[in-house]
Design a protein around this ligand. Sequence first.
Ligand code: AR6
Length: 176
Amino acid sequence: MYEYRDVKLKIVEGDITKMEVDAIVNAANNTLLGGGGVDGAIHRAGGPSILEQCKKIGGCPTGEARITTAGNLPSKYVIHTVGPIYRDGSKGEAQLLYNAYYNSLKLAKEYKLQSVAFPSISTGAYRYPKEEAAEIAIKAVLDFIDKEGGIEEVYFVLFSNDNYLIYKDLLDKKFN
Ligand code: AR6
C-alpha cells in the first residue's frame, strides 16, 4: 500500500470483477457494446443490466468516460472508459490514455465515490506498451489527487504478474 496526500493507492494482482469497491473501471471501446478482455469479463460477470444501460448511453469518445450501475458485480458502479489503440506513439496516444484515467476519476468524484479500481487500460487488445501505460496511469491519478481530490482509495488491478511488477517497481521508486 502506498499513500499520497491521504489517498491510499493499492496494487492487486487478479480479476477486477471481484473487487468490492464503489466503482470498477472498464476498458471499453467506442460503442460501449462489449467486447473481449476486461470488457467481456465485466459484462459476463455483471449480467445484462450493464449492457442495457450502455445501449442507452450510445457510445463514448476515446479518452472520455461514462457510468452505469454494476448489475451482479460486487462493486456499485462501472465506469466505462475508452483508451486509445496504440499505433506508434505519435498519434496522441499518451494524452488520450491519460484522459481516460483522469476523466474516470472526475466521474467518480461527481458521483461522490470513495474507492475506484482501474485495470491496465489499452494494454491488451489495444497494444499499448505496458511500462509506458503504467507511468501514464500513475501520473494521471497523482495529478488528479493534486488538482481535484475527493477520493479515498485507488486500486490498480493487474491481470498478470509481469504487469503487477511493473506497477510495483514504479510505485516503490516513487514512494519508498
Ligand atoms: N481483470 C483485470 N484485468 C484484466 C482482466 C480482468 N478480468 N481481463 C483482462 N485484463 P483489454 P484494451 C487486462 O484487451 O487493451 C475489448 O474487446 C489485460 O491483461 O481488456 O483497453 C474492448 O471491448 C490487459 O492488461 O483492453 C475493446 O474493444 C488489460 O486488462 C478493447 O478490448 C486491458 O486489456 C480494449 O482494449
